[in-house]
Design a protein around this ligand. Structure first.
Ligand code: PLP
Length: 392
């Protein structure tokens, strides 16, 4: 069996047969077949449950893939004016915009771009209601509620943690808050399976049941790791169908990560190695702080493509001045000489959207690969003017 045949197109393991020297570094390489694999799962959920699914642009907004993602999905959700512009310009389908707080000056354009505008508090909607009416635009309005039931382990990534600013506390929700509101929005998960959703719903339902029957829709947000192999998809379909039937409304989901899960790598190279005390160090052209900030923020240790199980361990870090610009300790079967290529797995979501040019560190190029056909296309390369333009 050849290496080409050993893995299926779209399988995360398919990256093992991507020749890392085909791209300059640093570079994101996104596998179109992996996106198709995730989208097929999401399409199946839609077909079986009747739910509609939006792509959360905050997680993955490589807009050249819009024809692919939107062939399966119903639209996008945007985090404010700029993402709403990106959505309307590049992505067909429904545009829902949610921002924890809007600026009055942005709202007329947001109203023109969006099919749905979701507010974080009824008070903010009340403040802007006349302004929105005056725009004469056609959109509906939702209210984000906070279920006040926390299922996440890390408060930083838990929108339902005590004292969270995200969503109007459901315990405060009253009939009068729903004037002019077509739907409720809830987003309380992060990289979670079905069970925390079910648990949250069971706590929330009695509190919102009196209102649901006369609303048009309910949006259960993102954070659902639907495309992960162990996700209980049948359970999700049962829950979504039951909610829609019981309350006669349209259910929406807006995952980001699940769309691009395991669909991209970040390729880099070793620039120099040396030893400090007991630590072998490799400086690379991938920076944690500039290219994978969640490594420091979460924090987490990204998995390396084909990581050796034994061998010389090196501490990989970026070329910036930040002492903490460290990616992690990785074993190499052979000593990582300058020029050696490597790649970190699962970097399509929440890395590409967060890159910066701190220290003048170059931005990674963006490539689209198809592990089914082996076609490789450079979608974008950046030069130093990206850095210059942002600073004066
Ligand atoms: C309101 C909202 N919707 C959707 C998402 C997408 O979540 P995920 O990418 O974890 O599915 C987020 C993520 O922060 C969010 O804040």
């Amino acid at each position: 069996m050849t290496a080409m045949m050993a893995t299926q197109a779209g399988d995360p393991a398919a990256f093992a047969r991507f020749d890392l020297t085909r791209v300059e570094t640093p570079a994101f390489v996104v596998d179109a077949a992996a996106l198709r694999r995730n989208l097929a799962i999401l399409s199946d959920i839609k077909a079986r449950s009747g739910a509609r699914i939006l792509l959360a642009l905050k997680a993955f907004s490589m807009w050249q893939t819009a024809p692919l993602t939107q062939a399966a999905l119903d639209g996008t959700c945007a985090s404010g004016l700029w993402e709403a512009r990106l959505a309307r310009k590049h992505y067909p389908g429904h545009v829902e915009t949610f921002c924890p707080a809007y600026k009055a000056a942005d709202l007329p354009e947001i109203a023109a771009l969006s099919d749905t505008i979701v507010f974080n508090t009824p008070m903010q909607y009340a403040r802007f209601r006349d302004l929105l009416t005056r725009t004469g635009e056609d959109f509906d309005v939702g209210l984000r509620i906070n279920p006040q039931h926390s299922t996440g382990d890390i408060p930083k990534y838990d929108p339902a943690s005590p004292g969270s600013r995200l969503g109007f506390p459901v315990s405060q929700l009253r009939e009068e808050h729903l004037s002019g509101i077509s739907g409720l929005h809830m987003h309380s998960l992060c990289e979670q399976g079905f069970e925390p959703l079910l648990e949250t719903w069971e706590r929330l339902e009695p509190q919102i049941a009196p209102y649901l029957a006369r609303l048009d829709w309910l949006n259960l947000g993102g954070g659902h790791h639907i495309t992960r192999a162990d996700y209980d998809r049948d359970g999700l379909v049962r829950l979504l169908t039951a909610i829609a039937d019981k309350y006669d409304l349209q259910v929406w989901l807006e995952p980001g990560e699940a769309v691009a899960l395991d669909a991209g790598i970040l390729v880099g190279q070793v620039l120099d190695t040396f030893r400090n005390g007991d630590t072998d160090i490799a400086i690379t052209d991938i920076s944690a702080t500039c290219h994978m900030p969640d490594v420091i923020e979460a924090p987490y240790r990204p998995a390396m493509l084909g990581e050796a199980t034994s061998g010389q361990v090196h501490r990989l870090g970026g070329p910036s001045c930040l002492a903490g610009d460290v990616i992690g300790d990785y074993a190499f079967a052979q000593a990582p000489e300058p020029g050696v290529r490597f790649a970190f797995l699962d970097q399509a979501h929440y890395s590409m959207v967060k890159t910066t040019t701190f220290n003048g560190v170059p931005l990674p190029s963006i490539y689209l690969w198809d592990s089914g056909t082996d076609k490789l296309e450079r979608v974008r390369a950046f030069d130093w003017t990206e850095f210059e333009r942002r600073l004066g």
